[in-house]
Design a binder for this molecule. Structure first.
Ligand code: ADP
Length: 468
């Protein structure tokens, strides 16, 4: 409590909390002028929050004056160092019988923690904004519950509008997405309801009718009824990257196509030569021709892999479903492999006829890829075990090897496009890292799953499952 005896403003009383915050004792402050114990920087004409000006205004106006944030640095009695502190103050006038202000009740609350936290948040927001501006990222934060929709100015620009101009509703954003890409958003959101994370690329049409690719990544918070409460994330224009991909894809398709023709004729010549030489007992020539044939087959497989990859990337990979016996297919794949490889023992636990509906040729490709990888990534003379079982309405095919195995950190990555594990033991094994990527796409087209269980140095089991 301060007596309104301006300009002295004598401190009349103070409670314990006040003394704690101000680092003072009663003896130090009671009966003294407020500004004697709490010197005020009254010289600054721009500062209207100073205590002297505030007290004078309370006296003049008889009105309560709050100062929400007031910086008042205090000296540490032990170290003598000044500490930056923030207080929130309130000054309530008490008037006497004559209507004049006789006392001012000055209350303070320490808010240094809050102010520091707010400053840190602003600084981190500024840093993020600068990073976003520099990299072309736009950020958004939509709170559906409180109807708060925040986004950086770049977001509007990425949709072809002037910065800061628009985008307060999610519908406005979705309306610009091409109709054929709408399903991508639905799928991504459905997945986000389970994982909390969404990441998808879509094409949007700008007001000038040009088409742009946007890559959107973020987090979704849902309530117990799976209703989105909040969505936040980043958006970036990836049109150039997509164009590059299309160009690369076209190149792969063209190059593979061109390579196929000479290869087919080399294969025919080898076959003709083999036939002509069947009566010949020259073991060396026979062996050389068989090796040449194997190499041509390997190259044909690689080229087909690239052709499939380019078809897949341009959305032209189509399934031709039919009903077939999957155990017979596995048997055929193994027999075909055994024509050219005798280095491993392949054991297949065939459980009899098991009919499934799917693209027989493409599923054969997946099985062939599992088997050839098992051979490629394990030592000669080791065993490869193939099993096919039915579990919960799904057919599960498993190929187990005793090879180099895969570290846990690579279990997901081996299914990515062009991913090859960095391992000294297999650095001389040839490959492009597309087999498992293609297999994943084929299995996903069958609404199935593909995964691996493996430990480095022990071996791996590659699985896929498709609905019966
Ligand atoms: P490629 O074998 O042509 O490199 P894949 O897509 O078939 O391409 O396989 C991707 C990567 O996964 C391989 O490079 C290899 O590092 C790893 N991999 C696949 N199968 C096995 C396996 N059975 N054992 C160990 N590593 C494997």
């Amino acid at each position: 409590m301060v007596k309104a005896d301006a300009p002295r403003f004598t401190i009349m009383a103070a409670n314990e909390a006040y003394l704690t915050i101000t680092n003072a004792t009663r003896e130090m402050i009671i009966g003294k002028s407020f500004f004697q114990v709490f010197p005020d920087d009254d010289d600054d004409p721009t500062d209207e929050t100073g205590a002297r000006k505030t007290f004078n205004r309370v006296v003049q106006t008889s009105q309560k004056i709050d100062i929400p944030t007031y910086r008042y640095d205090t000296r540490d009695p032990e170290t003598g160092d000044y500490r930056i502190r923030y207080w929130s103050c309130s000054n309530v006038p008490f008037t006497g019988a004559d209507g004049n202000v006789t006392y001012i009740l000055n209350t303070i609350a320490e808010i240094t923690g809050e102010v520091n936290a707010k400053e840190a948040a602003i600084e981190s927001e500024n840093r993020l904004r600068l990073a976003a501006e520099a990299t072309g990222f736009a950020t958004f934060d939509w709170d559906f519950k409180d109807e708060i929709r925040l986004c950086s100015p770049q977001l509007a620009e990425l949709f072809g509008h002037p910065a800061d101009s628009w985008l307060s509703s999610i519908d406005a954003f979705q309306k610009q997405v091409l109709p054929e890409d709408q399903q991508i958003i639905t799928d991504a959101f459905n997945e986000a309801k389970e994982t909390g994370i969404y990441a998808y690329d879509v094409r949007v049409v700008w007001p000038d009718s040009s088409i742009h690719w946007l890559s959107i990544k973020g987090k979704m918070v849902i309530d117990e009824r799976q209703k989105p409460l909040r969505m936040l994330g980043t958006v970036i224009d990836v049109t150039e990257i997509k164009r590059d991909e299309i160009r690369k894809n076209d190149f792969i398709a063209m190059a593979s196509h061109e390579l196929k023709t000479p290869l087919t004729s080399i294969k025919s010549y080898i076959q003709i030569l083999s036939k002509k030489l069947t009566s010949d007992n020259d073991a060396f020539i026979n062996n050389a021709l068989s090796k040449a044939n194997n190499q041509v087959n390997k190259m044909t497989d690689l080229i087909h892999g690239f052709l499939d990859l380019s078809k897949l990337e341009s959305g032209k990979l189509q399934l031709r479903p039919e009903l077939f016996d999957i155990n017979k297919l596995i048997d055929d794949c193994i027999s075909e492999l055994l024509l050219s490889t005798h280095s491993h023992t392949i054991i297949f636990y065939n459980s009899g006829v098991l009919n499934v509906t799917g693209d027989k040729e493409k599923l054969g490709q997946v099985i062939g890829n599992f088997l050839s990888n098992a051979i490629k990534y394990s030592a000669k003379e080791t065993k490869i075990i193939v099993k096919c079982s039915v579990e919960d309405g799904y057919v599960v095919v498993a190929v187990t090897d005793e090879g180099v195995g895969i570290k846990l950190k690579d279990h997901k990555k081996v299914f990515y496009r062009f991913y090859r594990v960095d391992n000294e033991k297999i650095k001389n094994v040839s490959g492009f890292g597309i087999g498992l990527y293609l297999s994943t796409e084929i299995i996903q087209c069958h609404k199935g799953k593909i995964w691996v269980e493996s430990a480095e140095g022990v071996g791996s089991t590659f699985y896929f499952s498709i609905p019966l």
